[in-house]
Write a protein that binds this ligand. Sequence first.
Ligand SMILES: *[C@@H]1O[C@H](CO)[C@@H](O)[C@H](O)[C@H]1NC(C)=O
Ligand SMILES: *[C@@H]1O[C@H](CO)[C@@H](O)[C@H](O)[C@H]1NC(C)=O
Ligand SMILES: *[C@@H]1O[C@H](CO)[C@@H](O)[C@H](O)[C@H]1NC(C)=O
Ligand SMILES: *[C@@H]1O[C@H](CO)[C@@H](O)[C@H](O)[C@H]1NC(C)=O
Length: 385
Amino acid sequence: MYIAKMAISTVIIRVLALLSTNFLLSCSIQVNPIIEEEQLLWISGQDNIGVYRIPLLTYTPKGHLLAICEARKNGGGDSGPKFLATRRSEDAGQTWKTQEFVLNDGPIVDGLNLGVVIVDDITSTIFIFYQVCGHYVQCNISTQYYIKSMDDGVTWTQPYNVSKQIGTKVFAGGPGYGIQKKHAPHIGRLILCGHSTLPGDGLFCLLSDDHGDTWRYGGMVKSIPYNTAKVKGDFVPDECQPLELPDGSIMVNVRNQYQYHCHCRMIFMSYDGADSFKTDDLRFDTTLVDPTVAAAILYHQGVLFFTNPESDTHRINMTLRWSYNNGTTWAGSLPVWSKDSGYSTMTAIPNNVQDSKYIYILYEKGQVSSTQYLSLVKVSLTGDL
Ligand SMILES: *[C@@H]1O[C@H](CO)[C@@H](O)[C@H](O)[C@H]1NC(C)=O
Ligand SMILES: *[C@@H]1O[C@H](CO)[C@@H](O)[C@H](O)[C@H]1NC(C)=O
Ligand SMILES: *[C@@H]1O[C@H](CO)[C@@H](O)[C@H](O)[C@H]1NC(C)=O
Ligand SMILES: *[C@@H]1O[C@H](CO)[C@@H](O)[C@H](O)[C@H]1NC(C)=O
């Protein structure tokens, strides 16, 4: 009798919780983002590293945060030798463990480049994709690799050469996060998108339907003219970030490298799990002016968020925007940093009521150059601290 009563009250509580969650979801379609705190995770010059660049950020299977970047040993350019650096937070971004160099590419001239981080929520595995020899500087075979972690990003496997499966075409993933399909079609599929280098540039996605054992190229949108040197105004989809909307469609927000049509972002859609993209669905979001840079999108609790340096000419003015209608219009914006600002990425910790009122931005910033710091911003969406 006692047990039966308990069961019934548990059911009632569950139903009430479900109702209130749905109620909150339908009402919480208003956000009021404010910056709760900001801290520098990497400072160029520290630990004998010339420059830290290319921020990646994800939640982890245990509900923590993992930040990743390129530690460019000699500073400067995209090629050159690097470490792959990580930092972890187990308290929702309050404190961060000291950095770890997960990989060292040695004295190689055209070293590792990030890249994409993907969480397989079904197998609790984190993948980091990167490539080596992405610029053909004193090398002529580009290799795509991943490392993976089964313990929340604490330890990592040896690099696996994905080029054995996909070939040695240059594929510069992201930079940003990859996704796992949560809605039909292709629930469970892992997807990461990126671009190639000129002249064969364009948007390309890699897909896995077996939790990362095998990979193949899915949808692509090639540059025009393809395999030909480009001039300003050509159609060249470049660095990109995908996400999944609740109806299972995939939206990719793409760097418009040669400013085709506008100095603004390109948006591609896929309705078959990134097996294909149709140029019919391509749109240009003229609100999202862009100096040609890697930017970020995130879909969190019914709201679409976007970050980039909000300028059509310079990497300055990091700005967060939000939309209640999947980016058809933008409802508001929050200045994050008015001075030098570069690449950015975002994440949120899912399935955690306590943390769901936050999103996290990791971005390149500085006073005199955008490559001085990688800075972590914790944004409260409810307008209170
Ligand atoms: C590729 O690189 C190797 C080693 O640097 C070199 O021996 C070879 O001639 C190169 N091949 C081409 C086609 O450039
Ligand atoms: C990775 O695999 C590809 C395809 O087999 C091969 O051509 C390439 O040399 C490999 N990369 C390295 C660094 O061994
Ligand atoms: C910076 O961004 C804001 C919007 O957040 C915009 O109003 C302003 O014009 C931008 N400033 C520059 C210098 O681009
Ligand atoms: C946003 O897209 C989803 C499909 O994922 C759709 O169900 C919803 O109606 C859209 N919202 C708006 C306001 O357009």
